[in-house]
Design a protein around this ligand. Structure first.
Ligand SMILES: *Cc1c(COP(=O)(O)O)cnc(C)c1O
Length: 441
């Protein structure tokens, strides 16, 4: 499969290049040259396949022959090695739980799949590549866990000191091995700025080649299609008119759902649910794209004002607005609505939402009020314990802490504290040594 830059369709690269570069040199996002079509008998017999077989069938055409079948099957199996259960919550409302992975948020799937692909592409290189990533919490944790012990890959994570939750910080700073955390005395924006400057720094690139693992990478975007197939398999028999409500920030997850539909999954409608960062709900009303500035909310992994992946959605619909509007609705909810939904759903249905899932739940309820025949699945994208600090008081003590997280609290944090200063970070980057025996073979 070839991928082209959305800035310039004439610029085409292989899957390997798209994964290794992340973004095209002209700063465009990569997009697959063809939309492959799944075999209808595969869809009809979906229930006969394992999660791993479904993942392989869905992704194989997007990878092409660049990763041989046995290796690709193994990458998919390593990615989908935890469950994706569906729970009924209320009338016509089901939660697809995407938080049973190692870092308790759905970004584990994309990060693990990308790590597998990059590990494969780097298999014969003698010089390690460094994945450099800035995080406000979830992404860094998923990347650290996904790339842990991948040979030939070292990971450096920049995070803003005191601005990630206790649990997130433990996830970033306790792995060791090929993972290093730089604790920056500044904001997330400072971290992101430093990372962007480093990518353009020829001296760093020649001594320590860098690559990015951010969410626009095709290897993080496309495997998110798996969720929708796994949900459909669990729902299919009883519910012909199926809609998905996706809590959205950068719009990568929902765009993967739309790609799943484009290659053949029968989905009747998508709901893009956002927090107060409502650029897309406004766009759907006015057809004017006016991003503004991001505002902080309870669902902070979705505090995005200018969602990068929306251009991919426009591309998928051939920039045809009426067609997009027929397939997708978008609603915005403020923190008060979100907290109230978390309390009410726990009280009435005994289901514990996290703030992101709560936005997805609200989006689905709003849609069902307009289309009562539909059955909806909303994506529960993180475990509530990740956002325990900001959960409404009335339900906070009811949040259950999974055993695998308990053990993290006892582990020693290891980070390098640095000012929000590019030269200081650069000096550290050039000197960092990784003591990981796994890397030397
Ligand atoms: C990243 C994230 C989102 C938003 O996903 P996008 O693909 O950026 O729209 C939603 N919920 C959680 C918990 C996240 O970490």
């Amino acid at each position: 499969m070839q991928y082209y830059s959305l800035q310039n369709p004439a610029l085409k690269v292989s899957f390997e290049t798209a994964v290794t570069e992340g973004m095209a040199p002209d700063k465009g996002l990569y997009f697959p040259e063809q939309i492959p079509q799944l075999d209808p008998t595969f869809l009809k017999n979906l229930h006969q396949y394992t999660d791993q077989e479904i993942g392989y069938e869905v992704i194989k055409a997007f990878v092409g022959d660049e990763i041989p079948e046995p290796q690709l099957r193994k990458i998919v199996a390593d990615t989908l090695h935890f469950p994706f259960p569906i729970q009924k919550v209320s009338r016509a409302t089901y939660a697809l739980e995407l938080f049973h992975g190692p870092t308790l948020a759905f970004k584990d799937v994309g990060a693990r799949f990308m790590a597998g692909c990059l590990g494969y592409f780097r298999r014969n290189s003698t010089k390690p590549v460094t994945v450099l990533v800035a995080t406000s919490g979830d992404t860094g944790a998923a990347v650290a866990s996904g790339f842990y012990n991948v040979p030939g890959v070292e990971v450096v994570i920049l995070y803003p000191s005191k601005m990630v939750s206790t649990l997130q910080e433990k996830q970033l700073t306790t792995l060791g091995g090929n993972i290093r955390a730089l604790e920056i005395l500044g904001t997330f924006d400072d971290c992101q700025q430093i990372v962007k400057t480093a990518f353009l720094d020829q001296e760093i690139q020649s001594k320590r080649p860098l690559t990015s693992a951010n969410s626009i990478n095709v290897a993080r975007w496309l495997p998110q299609m798996f969720y929708y197939f796994l949900a459909y398999r669990q729902m299919k028999a009883a519910h012909p008119k199926l809609v998905f409500s996706v809590p959205s920030g950068n719009f990568g997850n929902i765009c993967a759902g739309m790609m799943a539909a484009a290659i053949g999954l029968p989905v009747s409608h998508f709901i893009a649910a956002t927090n107060a960062n409502d650029t897309i709900p406004r766009f759907m009303q006015t057809q004017e794209y006016k991003p503004g500035r991001a505002v902080p909310t309870l669902s902070n992994a979705m505090d995005v004002a200018d969602p990068s992946n929306f251009v991919r959605i426009l591309e998928l619909y051939g920039k045809n607005f009426p067609q997009l509007a027929a397939s997708m609705s978008s609603y915005s909810f403020n923190d008060k609505d979100t907290a109230r939904a978390m309390e009410r759903v726990y009280k009435e249905y005994h289901y514990m939402l996290d703030p992101h899932g709560a936005v997805g739940y609200l989006g689905l309820q709003q849609y069902l009020a307009e289309d009562p025949d539909a059955t909806g699945v909303f994506l529960e994208t993180a475990h509530p314990v990740k956002f325990e600090d900001t959960a409404p008081k009335a339900i906070r003590d009811e949040i259950h802490t999974p055993a695998k997280v308990m053990s993290l609290y006892g582990k020693e944090k290891s980070s390098i504290v640095l000012p929000a200063d590019y030269q200081a970070v650069k000096k550290t980057l050039l000197q960092l040594e990784f003591q990981n025996s796994e890397l030397s073979h």
